[in-house]
Design a protein around this ligand. Structure first.
Ligand code: AKG
Length: 287
């Protein structure tokens, strides 16, 4: 039930991103050096400008669009796995939908996720001692044909990874032994933000979309993000103040409103003003 609610909500987001109104709004926006344009504050849709044709590839701030995105973020099993992987207090910081439309889905260049990627990432020359995790929830089947994710195994251990030939997807497959991560709808891929990853084009007839949530341990959060208000409207996470705590508590109200299983006092997940924590005995299999 949860997956089908999520799939329906994602379809609506994709439909609205393709509406005449949204496309017209984007024709008035500037594109950056990669040919991407975006519509400013959250929630927002992002497009490639392909010689004047706007090709949708991503939305950010879905928590602000529909309650199911908040609800799925605090799925009790998901929190239980994250809590064990991270082993410390943790917070959700960024959410986004990546969408590769049939026949015209562009590759995602090779990168690391914040704070390790880009020029600024060179300050992070060691991987944080407490894990940070990105959870990728698959909406559709993801295969090599429709542009699945590839990753460099083991390369997440040394902080910033200087990525050359970021646009050359074949180079990473050929020279670096990148591995494809094929997924089924409802599967979740957990990876460290320091993991170098990228994905190929979608030339197939099948759409590929994934809902991403970035999870940050409280320690890195204080070091790296703590200079903004939590969930600032430009999409950057920041101080987890009273307002942030209320924002996250509402995620559970959304689960209740949608009649989805919620966590209770007996569960091993604790939420307070410092974020989530797993308080149970670590175990590997979650059934
Ligand atoms: O799902 C993909 O193809 C890549 C998306 C990604 O790595 C990102 O948004 O950081």
């Amino acid at each position: 039930m949860e997956l089908s609610l999520l799939q329906k909500a994602v379809n609506k987001v994709i439909e609205s991103a393709h509406s005449k109104k949204e496309i017209e709004r984007h024709t008035k926006l500037e594109t950056n050096k990669f040919g991407y344009s975006n519509s400013g504050l959250l929630p927002r849709h992002l497009y490639y400008n392909n010689d004047g044709e706007y090709i949708y590839h991503r939305s950010e701030g879905l928590w602000h669009l529909s309650p199911i995105f908040k609800a799925i973020t605090v799925n009790p099993k998901l929190l239980t796995i994250l809590g064990q992987l991270i082993g410390d207090r943790f917070l959700p910081t960024i959410d986004s939908l990546v969408c590769k439309v049939p026949k015209n889905g562009r590759p995602v260049i090779w990168h690391q996720d914040p704070p390790y990627g880009g020029q600024e990432g060179s300050k992070f020359n060691e991987t944080h001692q407490i894990p940070n995790v990105i959870s990728d929830i698959y909406i559709n089947k993801s295969t090599m044909d429709n542009g699945c994710l590839y990753a460099l195994p083991g390369a997440h251990l040394n902080g910033h990874y200087p990525i050359e030939n970021e646009h050359d997807h074949e180079y990473f497959k050929r020279e670096k032994n990148a591995v494809p991560l094929e997924m089924e709808p409802g599967d979740i891929n957990f990876h460290n933000p320091s993991l170098p990853h990228g994905s190929g084009p979608n030339n197939s007839d099948n759409i590929r979309s994934t809902f991403y949530v970035h999870w940050c341990n409280k320690n890195l959060f204080m070091d790296y993000y703590n200079h903004f208000e939590y969930m600032h409207s430009d999409g950057l996470p920041g101080k987890f103040t009273e307002k942030g705590y209320e924002f996250i508590k509402d995620f559970f109200s959304c689960r209740k409103a949608l009649c989805l299983e919620t966590y209770d006092d007996k569960s091993n997940i604790n939420l307070n003003k410092n974020g989530f924590k797993y308080t149970g005995v670590p175990r590997f299999s979650i059934s």
